[in-house]
Design a protein. Structure first.
Length: 139
């Protein structure tokens, strides 16, 4: 495969931290496959992404979302559209969404991740302080 200077064809030393992260899905043998669906990408970019993923022994690639039951582990989608990622996460809450721009140079990783902070004994002041830590959504 031809390697570009930037983006998905980058040299290995330029790859993101996700590329070097060990898989948490290997629970002994045999290797548990990571199910990835590649959708809504421009054709050439879809082919490049599919080829990269297909070469990995621990990844199973599909081009369609499941209709009934089951959920892919990751969806690779075109564009960095948070609304599209939100739609997919609504339908498949345990899935992660990797949104790649149409040129294959930049990506955003979306996931739903519950977060818990123990507040201890609650008082009116503690209640207000906890609520004020929330990041406000743009209006």
């Amino acid at each position: 495969m031809h390697r570009r200077a930037h983006g998905l064809g980058a040299a290995p030393e330029e790859e993101s931290r996700y590329a070097a992260a060990p898989s948490s899905r290997t629970h002994g043998t045999p290797l548990e496959l990571i199910q990835v669906v590649v959708i809504d990408l421009p054709r050439m970019l879809s082919e490049v992404v599919t080829e990269i993923l297909s070469d990995a022994p621990d990844i199973l690639v599909s081009a369609t979302l499941p209709e009934n039951g089951g959920s892919p582990d990751v969806a690779v989608v075109g564009g960095a559209d948070a609304a599209r990622a939100g739609e997919l996460l609504d339908r498949f809450p345990r899935m992660k969404v990797l949104a790649v721009d149409d040129e294959g140079r930049n990506a955003v990783f979306y996931e739903l991740r519950p977060h818990q902070v123990e507040l201890g004994e609650i008082s009116p002041d503690a209640l207000l302080a906890a609520i004020r830590t929330v990041e406000r959504a743009p209006r």
